[in-house]
Every structure is written in structure tokens, then in C-alpha cells.
Design a protein. Structure first.
Length: 526
């Protein structure tokens, strides 16, 4: 059976598909039942045309009805929790507990509800009023569908249907065309099944949420650069992200790409003297969480060479050796780890442990550590910051504090950067020497805790300078900030009161919405 795609509120067979694909259970290496179509431009064109019709309908619907959809959708998705968890486990082999049922699924539902709350509140649109000049502005929908490409490692939280990008795009008032990840199309199909009824109940057009499972790479490039598209959100590899970004940029279309990050962790000498065993355990747990398939996994660890640092490396090695190889998401991840290990070995890095495919069913790779001198790293810093997706990390031993600073200054843009230091202040001088570099090069700076895990908080930044993402000014996690990626700033200059959007009229439309009026943030009406 070939599953149907969701176009304009209806489930239908793909038109003239280029073929089909099936998913693989990563735990066994065997194909799962059912097949999914590889759509051609015919399906994509139909989705674009339907979305174009939905743009004005969504704008007329207003934020309260969009919020009602997000809340109803969250409720229906929550009612399918066990079905979704079972399917996601089959397709990804990620553990049911605690990962899928107790961590990621609650986050999925919470994101939808947080987006609904931000939508109702309306403060996200940053209504700004200058009464003296009679100029008013606010953020508003982009006027075209948002294309969402989802990653393979978060079947719920970053799913193209119901994940963070989806929730933010809808909250801004845009229709969504979701491109499922081929690693978990069944999970996406179940999530999408809750959309049509929720849209209808909320009075929104069916084309507000459309789903395609797969299409050729060239069709993706054509899609993100199409004139009617509002923007694109992509999470995945740097190679794919850069191709999509180039196509979108050439057409003048916004695209937000989260691509790769080594997430450097600097462990300073005083911290090692104070609590080496604790830090070794934290590093081990962070690197192996989710079999290392996290965009915030520490892929680069930097120490100053000393007997204490060498002892810490030995402790981490012992933890790695005694651990069981986790299951990888698919054969591409396995091949990527093989290639990364071979590349590091060719570069002169010393293999500490691992480096080979592990036995057992499915796709597994030994937890792997490489060791490199600071001088070796500085000979080609970019080469050693390439993300290795999975349980593979590189430890760099700097000769002294001066070389530690050189390493910090040579970093590319990262999602996160971490400094472990002595709790009594013994490392403060070294911290202050490297912190400015790490602050400029990372979206999120941490002290004394590993970066794996991203809280859905209004204060969170899950973003960073290139090449971690395509733009350092935006976050993919946290409401209301993540909504702004999918909005356009609209200005009204001396426009008659009755023609203004309600958010910009003299009376506060909700009584609670924050607006910037003559330089002061206030909830008052004029």
C-alpha cells in the first residue's frame, strides 16, 4: 500500500509519483510495511496553488482562530500519544522511555500550546506606535506558505508537522507545506491525520496544513525559490542546507537553515583539579545521549595538557569502553561515522577508543574518541570542526593557556559553547580570556553544564552564527521569538484609524497585549 499525501484538506494519491520508498527499522535493519510516494512537481504545484488561496483566508481568520486550531490540534495529537510513540520508536529506534513518551512528546504538545498562547497574546508582533508622526508598524504574515524540511533525529519536537517550526509558522498566520523526513514518514502521517478535523473545527482553510513525504533534490531547490513561497525552514546537514540556501537566496526568498555545530566544551585546569570525575561522567552522558545524534552534542572538547587532563581523558575512555553502542537512525548515519573516523585518522588524530562498526542487528557504531594536539588543530581548524553526527568526539590538548586562546579564536559559528571552570574562581582569568571569543562564536553560552538538551523557553536561543545556521539573529526554539522568522514588518504611515490593523489602533485589542507607544512598552490604550 502506498500512503496518500495531504493536499488542500484532502488525503489523496500522489499524481504521477517518481516512485516510492519504505522506512527501515534501525534496530533490526528490516523494512517496515507500507510505502510512501516520491512526489513530482505536479503535487508540489497543487500544494503551492492551494496554499496561495489559503493565505488571505488565514489573514482574515485572525489570531484567535489560529490559536484555537493550535490548541485543538495539540489536544488531538495528545490523544494519539501511544500510537505516535509506538510508530516513532519503530521508525527511529529511539527509546520509548524516557526519550519519546516522557520527554519529546510532552515537548511537542507544549510547543503547540505555547505558540497558541503567543498567538492569542499578540505581543509577538511588536506593535509600535509613534503618535507625533502618526506612524505605526507591526509584524504580520509573510503572504506565502512556509516550507518545512524536518530532521531525522527528533520525530516529534522538530517534525515538519506539529514541531517547533510548524507551530511558529502557523502562529505568525502562514500556511505550511510540510516535507516529511524519510526516516519517520509514518509518524508524520499520524500527526498530519489530526490536522484536517482541527482546521475545520477552527474555521481555517484545509490548505493551511499540507504534507508531502518526499521529492527529488532538484524539486526541493525549485520549491524554496518559487515566487509564491513565503519562507523555508530547514534542519539537517550542511551540504543539503547550503544548496537550499543558495537557491533561496538567489531568488530573494527567506530561508532559515540549522546545519551543523561542533559545540565546543572548554574544560579549564581548575575545574579538572576540583571535580574531574564528575565532569568525565557529564561529558560521557552528554556525548552518548540519543546515540550522539543531537545537534547540541559536544563534538569538540578542549583542555590544557597536564597530568590531570590526561587522567580525565582516561576516565572518559573507560566510560566509553564499558558502554553499549547505541542504535543509529539509519545507514547514512553509520556511513557518516565511518567516513569521519577515517578522515580524522588520516589527519593525524590519535584514536583513543572505538572507531569501528559495532556488532548486533541494525545500525551501530562504537562510541568513539579521537585525540589531537592543539598545534595539530590550529594547522587546519575548519577541518576539525566538521560535525560528526553520532557518538564521535574530538579532544584537543592545548600546549598552554596561550594556545587555548588561539583555539577559541579560531572557532567557526556554533549553536553552543561551554566553559567548565573552578567554582572558587581559580580559573577566572582564563575564563575571561576565552569568553569573548566563545560569546561571539555561539548562539548559547553555557557555564559548568553540558549543552545537550534545549529548553522550550522564551529566553532560549537555538541558533547561532554561520555555519551553525544561516543567520545569527533568529532562534528555532522558544516563543514568541521563533515566530519572527516567518513574519514581515509592515508600516502604516498616516493611515486612517478604521483602516489600521486592530493591533495598531488606539484601543488595545486584548487589554493585555504589549505595545511600544512613543518609546514606552505599555498595555494601555491610547
Amino acid at each position: 500500500m502506498i500512503h496518500e499525501i495531504l493536499i488542500d484538506g484532502e488525503w489523496r494519491q500522489a499524481s504521477h509519483p517518481a516512485g516510492s520508498f519504505s522506512t527501515i527499522d534501525p534496530g533490526t535493519g528490516k523494512h517496515l510495511p507500507g510505502a510512501y510516494p516520491i512526489s513530482t512537481w505536479t503535487d508540489i504545484k497543487d500544494a503551492l496553488e492551494a496554499a496561495a488561496q489559503a493565505v488571505d483566508e488565514l489573514a482574515r481568520a485572525g489570531p484567535d482562530r489560529i490559536a484555537a486550531f493550535l490548541e485543538a490540534f495539540a489536544e488531538k495529537v495528545d490523544g494519539r500519544r501511544e500510537e505516535l510513540v509506538a510508530m516513532a520508536h519503530l521508525e527511529t529506534a529511539l527509546p520509548v522511555e524516557p526519550r519519546l513518551r516522557s520527554v519529546e512528546f510532552p515537548r511537542l504538545v507544549d510547543q503547540l500550546r505555547q505558540a497558541a498562547q503567543a498567538c492569542r497574546d499578540r505581543s509577538w508582533c511588536r506593535a509600535t506606535i509613534d503618535t507625533k508622526l502618526d506612524i505605526r508598524s507591526k509584524y504580520a504574515p509573510l503572504g506565502g506558505p512556509i516550507i518545512i524540511f524536518s530532521p531525522n533525529n527528533f520525530p516529534f519536537a522538530f517534525n515538519a508537522v506539529a514541531g517547533g517550526d510548524f507551530a511558529a509558522a502557523l502562529a505568525a498566520g502562514n500556511p505550511v507545506i510540510a516535507k516529511a523526513n524519510p526516516g519517520h514518514p509514518g509518524t508524520t502521517r499520524i500527526l498530519a491525520g489530526a490536522a484536517p478535523e482541527s482546521l475545520k473545527a477552527s474555521g481555517l482553510p484545509g490548505a493551511a496544513v499540507q504534507v508531502l513525504y518526499h521529492f527529488a533534490a532538484e524539486e526541493g531547490l525549485r520549491l524554496v525559490s518559487h515566487p509564491s513561497v513565503g519562507a523555508t525552514a530547514f534542519t539537517g546537514s550542511r551540504a543539503a542546507g547550503m544548496k537550499l540556501k543558495e537557491a533561496a537566496d538567489r531568488a530573494g526568498k527567506p530561508i532559515y537553515v540549522e546545519m551543523s555545530s561542533a559545540n565546543p566544551v572548554f574544560i579549564l585546569p581548575g575545574a579538572i583539579e576540583e571535580r574531574a570525575a564528575d565532569i568525565a561522567g557529564e561529558l560521557f552522558n552528554s556525548c552518548l545521549l540519543g546515540s550522539g545524534q543531537m545537534c547540541t552534542r559536544p563534538g569538540l572538547v578542549v583542555l590544557v595538557d597536564s597530568p590531570g587532563s590526561r587522567a580525565l581523558i582516561g576516565q572518559v575512555k573507560d566510560l566509553y569502553v564499558s558502554s553499549e553502542p547505541g542504535i543509529l537512525l539509519g545507514p547514512q548515519v553509520l556511513e557518516g561515522l565511518k567516513e569521519a573516523s577515517a578522515r580524522l585518522a588520516r589527519s593525524g588524530a590519535e584514536l583513543v577508543t572505538g572507531g569501528r562498526e559495532a556488532g548486533g542487528p541494525g545500525f551501530r557504531f562504537q562510541p568513539t574518541l579521537f585525540l589531537l594536539s592543539g598545534a595539530g588543530f590550529l594547522r587546519n581548524p575548519r577541518y576539525f570542526q566538521v560535525e560528526s553526527f553520532g557518538t564521535l568526539s574530538l579532544i584537543v590538548l592545548a600546549r598552554d593557556i596561550g594556545e587555548l586562546k588561539e583555539i577559541a579564536s579560531s572557532l567557526e559559528g556554533q549553536l553552543t559553547a561551554t566553559i567548565y571552570s573552578h567554582s572558587g574562581g581559580h580559573d577566572d582569568a582564563v575564563h575571561d580570556a576565552i569568553e569573548p571569543f566563545l560569546r561571539r562564536k555561539s548562539g548559547r553560552l553555557l557555564n559548568d553544564r553540558m549543552p545537550t538538551g534545549v529548553a522550550v523557553s522564551p529566553a532560549m536561543n537555538h541558533g547561532g552564527p554561520y555555519p551553525a545556521t544561516g543567520h545569527p539573529g533568529f532562534t528555532a526554539v522558544g516563543f514568541p521569538a521563533s515566530i519572527l522568522r516567518f513574519a514581515a514588518l509592515q508600516c502604516y504611515d498616516h493611515v486612517r484609524p478604521g483602516r489600521l490593523p486592530v493591533e495598531l489602533r488606539d484601543e488595545n485589542p486584548t487589554g493585555k497585549m504589549w505595545r511600544l507607544i512613543d518609546g514606552d512598552w505599555t498595555q494601555k490604550s491610547l
